[in-house]
Design a protein around this ligand. Structure first.
Ligand SMILES: Nc1ncnc2c1ncn2[C@@H]1O[C@H](COP(=O)(O)OS(=O)(=O)O)[C@@H](OP(=O)(O)O)[C@H]1O
Ligand SMILES: Nc1ncnc2c1ncn2[C@@H]1O[C@H](COP(=O)(O)OP(=O)(O)O)[C@@H](O)[C@H]1O
Length: 305
């Protein structure tokens, strides 16, 4: 895209060949299209099929040979040219070249390990703008613990409390997410890792929407939890370890799964025949056998809000 100032009484005609002088290079080229002419008094843009004396217009130019050019704003020497009439040898116009600067592109290149060739599309509405409308920051409260430890109950109670106080929330619960987004995954180590990777990504999207997202997954592996954490800014990921001895979970056994695992009918059951790696630096450690739910909630609130 170039801006052309026409400096001759004989109008510029799209398609007509002109000589072009660009820095030290002599070339030939033509205007292939006039996007719009600018009214110098009102700055209004209007259609034009030719350019009269003193007209200024945004045009597309095609050269007969390839030549490196720059944006006029960054390098005027190689970002501008003059147009010369081939018969009279008179200078008839001047042009300035516009290459979109990197910061003006609608996308940027980011490092990624996607299997597809992708760019990062910039969005005009930012997380900060969404948070401003919501009236609070987006973040993730990540519950982890054995099956039966009380993750779902506490996550639900926390969401009720936040919701009552007018916060925008979303609860992602292990059992539920495995009905849809992760229905293709089982309980092998690799599948659990993929489960937590997907949940971490979804949680981040909710946080970007300015929502307080609460997740309740066993998430037994430390590296998986750390990878989810790494998706968030410092302070926006709060790991909550629902800390309770395995034998109490087994006594509770609300779904009868521990019994099935003990009887050898369930493979890879956390705590029985699949490991649980205790968090080393969780933001919150809830000793659920020592406090009632109200006390646990107020401990949570102190850290989360
Ligand atoms: N083998 C095995 N081990 C553990 N849990 C099992 C298993 N099979 C099914 N379930 C049920 O699945 C729920 C755990 O799913 P999660 O997505 O939270 O697991 S993980 O984070 O991917 O490890 C878990 O829910 P919670 O009891 O709420 O934790 C169980 O209901
Ligand atoms: N603090 C608690 N004290 C006693 N029982 C609890 C407590 N929290 C949860 N429970 C009970 O333990 C069982 C498992 O709770 P749940 O929230 O489903 O755990 P998880 O999501 O970790 O599997 C349920 O029967 C629930 O009623």
């Amino acid at each position: 895209m170039v801006t052309i100032v026409w400096m001759h009484e004989t109008a510029l005609e799209p398609g007509k060949l002109y000589d072009l002088k660009l820095a030290t290079r002599d070339l030939a080229g033509k205007v292939t299209a006039i996007d719009y002419q600018v009214d110098v008094n009102t700055l209004e843009q209007r259609h034009a099929d030719h350019l009269d004396l003193n007209a200024i217009a945004c045009c597309h130019v095609e050269l007969t040979a390839p030549v490196p050019v720059d944006d006029y704003r960054t390098n005027p020497g190689t970002g501008s040219f003059i147009l010369i009439d081939r018969l009279t040898n008179l200078t008839v116009g001047a042009g300035m070249i516009h290459c979109p600067l990197e910061s003006e592109l609608p996308y940027e290149y980011r490092e990624h390990d996607s299997k597809a060739r992708v760019v990062w599309n910039r969005t005009s509405v930012t997380q900060a703008m969404r948070e401003q409308i919501n009236g609070h920051a987006g973040k993730c409260v990540w519950f982890t613990g054995y099956s039966g430890s009380g993750k779902s109950s506490l996550a639900n109670a926390l969401e009720v409390e936040l919701n009552r106080r007018g916060y925008h929330t979303m609860l992602l619960d292990g059992d539920n997410i495995r009905h849809g987004l992760c229905k293709d995954l089982g309980m092998s180590e690799a599948d659990r890792t993929e489960n937590i990777r997907r949940v971490g990504e979804v949680a981040r999207l909710f946080a970007e929407a300015g929502i307080i997202v609460i997740t309740a997954f066993i998430s037994p592996f430390r590296t998986d939890r750390d990878q989810a954490r790494a998706l968030f800014d410092d302070g926006d990921f709060l790991e909550v370890h629902v800390d309770i001895p395995l034998d109490i979970c087994e006594q509770r056994d609300p779904k009868g799964l521990y019994q099935k695992a003990r009887e050898g009918q369930l493979d890879d059951f956390t705590g029985i025949n699949s490991p649980y790696e205790v968090p080393k630096a969780a933001e919150v450690r809830l000793k659920t056998t020592e406090f009632n739910q109200q006390e646990l909630l107020s401990q949570l609130f102190k850290i989360v809000m």
